[in-house]
Design a protein around this ligand. Structure first.
Ligand code: PEP
Length: 251
Protein backbone atom coordinates (compact mmCIF):
# COMPACT_ATOMS: atom_id res chain seq x y z
CA UNK A 1 0.00 0.00 0.00
CA UNK A 2 1.40 3.39 -0.95
CA UNK A 3 1.72 6.08 1.70
CA UNK A 4 -0.72 8.93 2.14
CA UNK A 5 1.18 12.14 2.81
CA UNK A 6 0.42 15.77 3.56
CA UNK A 7 3.51 17.97 3.21
CA UNK A 8 3.77 21.69 3.86
CA UNK A 9 5.90 23.97 1.72
CA UNK A 10 6.54 27.13 3.69
CA UNK A 11 8.42 28.78 0.80
CA UNK A 12 10.21 32.03 1.80
CA UNK A 13 7.94 32.74 4.72
CA UNK A 14 8.39 33.13 8.49
CA UNK A 15 11.32 34.46 10.46
CA UNK A 16 13.23 31.82 12.40
CA UNK A 17 11.25 32.59 15.56
CA UNK A 18 7.91 32.48 13.75
CA UNK A 19 8.88 29.27 12.00
CA UNK A 20 9.93 27.50 15.18
CA UNK A 21 6.63 28.62 16.74
CA UNK A 22 4.63 27.27 13.80
CA UNK A 23 6.51 23.96 13.86
CA UNK A 24 5.82 23.63 17.60
CA UNK A 25 2.12 24.32 17.01
CA UNK A 26 1.88 21.64 14.31
CA UNK A 27 3.86 19.21 16.48
CA UNK A 28 1.50 19.84 19.43
CA UNK A 29 -1.61 19.50 17.26
CA UNK A 30 -0.36 16.14 15.95
CA UNK A 31 -0.14 14.79 19.51
CA UNK A 32 -3.91 15.18 19.85
CA UNK A 33 -4.93 13.25 16.73
CA UNK A 34 -4.15 9.98 14.99
CA UNK A 35 -3.52 11.21 11.46
CA UNK A 36 -4.32 8.77 8.67
CA UNK A 37 -1.35 10.06 6.69
CA UNK A 38 2.31 10.94 7.12
CA UNK A 39 2.82 14.63 7.84
CA UNK A 40 5.88 16.60 6.71
CA UNK A 41 6.91 20.25 6.84
CA UNK A 42 9.42 21.64 4.34
CA UNK A 43 10.98 24.80 5.70
CA UNK A 44 13.64 27.38 4.78
CA UNK A 45 17.27 26.22 5.18
CA UNK A 46 17.83 28.55 8.13
CA UNK A 47 14.99 26.88 10.04
CA UNK A 48 15.93 23.23 9.56
CA UNK A 49 18.17 22.55 12.57
CA UNK A 50 16.17 24.65 15.07
CA UNK A 51 12.89 23.11 13.89
CA UNK A 52 14.42 19.66 14.16
CA UNK A 53 15.08 20.41 17.83
CA UNK A 54 11.42 21.11 18.63
CA UNK A 55 9.54 18.42 16.69
CA UNK A 56 9.08 14.70 17.12
CA UNK A 57 10.13 13.31 13.78
CA UNK A 58 8.31 10.04 14.42
CA UNK A 59 5.12 12.11 13.95
CA UNK A 60 6.24 15.07 11.86
CA UNK A 61 8.80 14.72 9.08
CA UNK A 62 11.14 17.54 8.18
CA UNK A 63 12.36 18.62 4.77
CA UNK A 64 14.13 21.38 2.86
CA UNK A 65 12.67 23.24 -0.10
CA UNK A 66 15.65 22.79 -2.40
CA UNK A 67 19.28 21.66 -2.42
CA UNK A 68 22.30 22.47 -4.54
CA UNK A 69 23.38 20.57 -7.64
CA UNK A 70 26.88 20.02 -6.17
CA UNK A 71 27.79 18.29 -2.93
CA UNK A 72 30.37 20.86 -1.78
CA UNK A 73 32.83 23.49 -2.93
CA UNK A 74 33.01 27.03 -4.23
CA UNK A 75 29.30 27.70 -4.79
CA UNK A 76 28.69 30.76 -2.64
CA UNK A 77 25.25 30.88 -1.12
CA UNK A 78 24.24 27.33 -2.01
CA UNK A 79 23.19 24.62 0.46
CA UNK A 80 24.07 21.02 -0.40
CA UNK A 81 22.19 17.78 0.14
CA UNK A 82 24.76 16.59 2.76
CA UNK A 83 24.25 19.89 4.62
CA UNK A 84 20.48 19.45 4.57
CA UNK A 85 20.82 15.85 5.79
CA UNK A 86 23.16 16.95 8.59
CA UNK A 87 20.37 19.08 10.11
CA UNK A 88 18.20 16.02 10.67
CA UNK A 89 15.92 16.67 7.70
CA UNK A 90 14.93 13.65 5.62
CA UNK A 91 12.95 15.17 2.74
CA UNK A 92 13.69 17.76 0.06
CA UNK A 93 11.36 19.41 -2.43
CA UNK A 94 12.93 19.44 -5.88
CA UNK A 95 11.74 20.94 -9.15
CA UNK A 96 9.14 23.25 -7.67
CA UNK A 97 7.70 25.43 -10.44
CA UNK A 98 8.97 28.55 -8.68
CA UNK A 99 12.53 27.17 -8.89
CA UNK A 100 12.04 26.24 -12.55
CA UNK A 101 10.49 29.63 -13.38
CA UNK A 102 12.56 32.11 -11.33
CA UNK A 103 15.90 30.28 -10.99
CA UNK A 104 16.09 28.56 -14.35
CA UNK A 105 16.15 24.99 -13.08
CA UNK A 106 16.14 22.53 -15.94
CA UNK A 107 15.57 18.80 -16.10
CA UNK A 108 19.36 18.33 -16.31
CA UNK A 109 19.99 20.25 -13.09
CA UNK A 110 17.14 18.42 -11.43
CA UNK A 111 18.52 15.04 -12.45
CA UNK A 112 21.73 15.90 -10.59
CA UNK A 113 19.86 17.22 -7.55
CA UNK A 114 17.71 14.09 -7.33
CA UNK A 115 20.80 11.89 -7.41
CA UNK A 116 22.54 13.95 -4.72
CA UNK A 117 19.42 13.88 -2.54
CA UNK A 118 19.13 10.10 -2.84
CA UNK A 119 22.85 9.59 -2.15
CA UNK A 120 22.32 11.50 1.09
CA UNK A 121 19.24 9.54 2.13
CA UNK A 122 16.89 12.43 1.50
CA UNK A 123 13.49 11.63 0.02
CA UNK A 124 12.85 13.95 -2.92
CA UNK A 125 9.36 15.40 -3.24
CA UNK A 126 9.63 15.97 -6.97
CA UNK A 127 7.28 18.55 -8.48
CA UNK A 128 5.84 18.50 -11.98
CA UNK A 129 3.04 20.44 -13.60
CA UNK A 130 1.92 22.45 -16.58
CA UNK A 131 1.35 26.19 -16.99
CA UNK A 132 -2.06 27.62 -17.91
CA UNK A 133 -1.29 27.90 -21.62
CA UNK A 134 -0.39 24.21 -21.76
CA UNK A 135 -3.58 23.29 -19.91
CA UNK A 136 -5.62 25.35 -22.35
CA UNK A 137 -3.90 24.18 -25.55
CA UNK A 138 -4.29 20.55 -24.51
CA UNK A 139 -0.58 19.66 -24.23
CA UNK A 140 -0.63 19.30 -20.42
CA UNK A 141 -0.31 15.52 -20.34
CA UNK A 142 2.67 15.54 -22.72
CA UNK A 143 4.35 18.33 -20.75
CA UNK A 144 4.17 16.43 -17.48
CA UNK A 145 5.25 13.19 -19.15
CA UNK A 146 8.37 14.93 -20.51
CA UNK A 147 9.19 16.45 -17.13
CA UNK A 148 9.14 12.98 -15.58
CA UNK A 149 11.02 11.27 -18.41
CA UNK A 150 13.77 13.89 -18.66
CA UNK A 151 14.61 14.24 -14.99
CA UNK A 152 13.75 10.84 -13.54
CA UNK A 153 13.80 8.01 -16.04
CA UNK A 154 17.57 7.59 -15.74
CA UNK A 155 17.01 6.26 -12.22
CA UNK A 156 17.02 2.57 -11.39
CA UNK A 157 13.64 1.15 -10.38
CA UNK A 158 14.96 0.89 -6.85
CA UNK A 159 15.87 4.58 -6.70
CA UNK A 160 12.72 5.69 -8.50
CA UNK A 161 10.68 3.90 -5.83
CA UNK A 162 12.18 6.17 -3.17
CA UNK A 163 10.60 9.30 -4.68
CA UNK A 164 7.42 11.12 -3.83
CA UNK A 165 5.87 12.97 -6.78
CA UNK A 166 3.81 16.13 -6.50
CA UNK A 167 1.57 17.16 -9.37
CA UNK A 168 1.25 20.92 -9.12
CA UNK A 169 -0.52 22.65 -11.99
CA UNK A 170 1.27 26.01 -12.07
CA UNK A 171 -2.01 27.86 -12.72
CA UNK A 172 -3.31 26.58 -9.39
CA UNK A 173 -0.31 27.50 -7.22
CA UNK A 174 -1.02 30.42 -4.93
CA UNK A 175 -3.88 31.56 -7.16
CA UNK A 176 -6.83 30.25 -5.16
CA UNK A 177 -7.81 28.32 -8.31
CA UNK A 178 -7.68 24.59 -7.53
CA UNK A 179 -7.75 21.82 -10.12
CA UNK A 180 -11.06 20.01 -9.91
CA UNK A 181 -11.03 16.59 -8.28
CA UNK A 182 -11.47 15.06 -11.74
CA UNK A 183 -8.66 17.10 -13.32
CA UNK A 184 -6.33 15.96 -10.54
CA UNK A 185 -7.43 12.34 -10.87
CA UNK A 186 -6.98 12.39 -14.66
CA UNK A 187 -3.40 13.62 -14.33
CA UNK A 188 -2.47 11.35 -11.41
CA UNK A 189 -3.79 8.26 -13.21
CA UNK A 190 -1.89 9.33 -16.33
CA UNK A 191 1.35 9.77 -14.33
CA UNK A 192 0.92 6.32 -12.81
CA UNK A 193 0.45 4.92 -16.28
CA UNK A 194 3.61 6.62 -17.58
CA UNK A 195 5.54 5.15 -14.64
CA UNK A 196 4.07 1.69 -15.17
CA UNK A 197 5.26 1.65 -18.79
CA UNK A 198 8.82 2.41 -17.67
CA UNK A 199 9.13 0.60 -14.34
CA UNK A 200 6.22 -1.84 -14.16
CA UNK A 201 3.02 -2.08 -12.13
CA UNK A 202 4.60 -2.72 -8.74
CA UNK A 203 6.60 0.53 -8.82
CA UNK A 204 3.71 2.57 -10.26
CA UNK A 205 1.23 1.28 -7.70
CA UNK A 206 3.55 1.96 -4.78
CA UNK A 207 4.63 5.53 -5.52
CA UNK A 208 2.81 8.33 -3.70
CA UNK A 209 1.59 11.14 -5.96
CA UNK A 210 0.54 14.30 -4.12
CA UNK A 211 -1.59 17.12 -5.48
CA UNK A 212 -0.52 20.73 -4.94
CA UNK A 213 -2.15 24.01 -5.86
CA UNK A 214 -4.46 26.03 -3.60
CA UNK A 215 -5.32 22.96 -1.55
CA UNK A 216 -7.15 23.94 1.63
CA UNK A 217 -9.32 22.35 4.33
CA UNK A 218 -12.48 22.96 2.28
CA UNK A 219 -11.31 21.16 -0.87
CA UNK A 220 -8.81 18.60 0.46
CA UNK A 221 -11.30 15.82 1.23
CA UNK A 222 -12.67 15.81 -2.32
CA UNK A 223 -9.19 15.69 -3.85
CA UNK A 224 -7.92 13.03 -1.43
CA UNK A 225 -10.96 10.84 -2.12
CA UNK A 226 -9.74 10.29 -5.67
CA UNK A 227 -8.06 6.90 -6.04
CA UNK A 228 -4.77 8.15 -7.47
CA UNK A 229 -4.40 11.24 -5.26
CA UNK A 230 -2.27 10.21 -2.29
CA UNK A 231 -2.20 13.50 -0.43
CA UNK A 232 -1.13 17.08 -0.88
CA UNK A 233 1.77 19.49 -1.09
CA UNK A 234 0.46 22.55 0.65
CA UNK A 235 1.80 26.09 0.28
CA UNK A 236 -0.22 28.97 1.72
CA UNK A 237 -2.46 26.83 3.93
CA UNK A 238 0.59 25.25 5.63
CA UNK A 239 1.51 28.60 7.21
CA UNK A 240 -1.27 28.34 9.74
CA UNK A 241 -1.29 25.29 12.04
CA UNK A 242 -5.07 25.10 12.15
CA UNK A 243 -5.60 25.16 8.39
CA UNK A 244 -2.70 22.74 7.84
CA UNK A 245 -4.23 20.35 10.38
CA UNK A 246 -7.59 20.81 8.67
CA UNK A 247 -5.99 19.35 5.53
CA UNK A 248 -4.21 16.56 7.47
CA UNK A 249 -7.55 15.65 9.04
CA UNK A 250 -9.25 15.57 5.64
CA UNK A 251 -7.98 11.98 5.31
C1 PEP B 1 3.12 25.04 -3.59
O1 PEP B 1 3.74 26.05 -3.88
O2 PEP B 1 3.72 23.96 -3.47
C2 PEP B 1 1.69 25.15 -3.37
C3 PEP B 1 0.95 24.10 -3.50
O3 PEP B 1 1.21 26.42 -3.04
P1 PEP B 1 -0.30 26.83 -2.68
O4 PEP B 1 -0.87 25.73 -1.81
O5 PEP B 1 -0.18 28.11 -1.94
O6 PEP B 1 -1.03 26.95 -3.96
Amino acid sequence: MRKKIVAGNWKMNTTLQEGVGLAKDVNEALKKVQPKCDVVICVPFTHLAPVNDVIDQSKLGLGAENCADHDKGAYTGEVSAPMVASTGATYVILGHSERRQYYGETSDTLKTKVNLALQNNLTPIFCIGEVLEQRENGTYLDVVKSQIEEALFGLSADDFSKLILAYEPVWAIGTGKTATDDQAQEMHAFIRDVIEKQYGKKVSENISILYGGSCKPSNAAGLFAKPDVDGGLIGGASLDAESFMGIVNAF
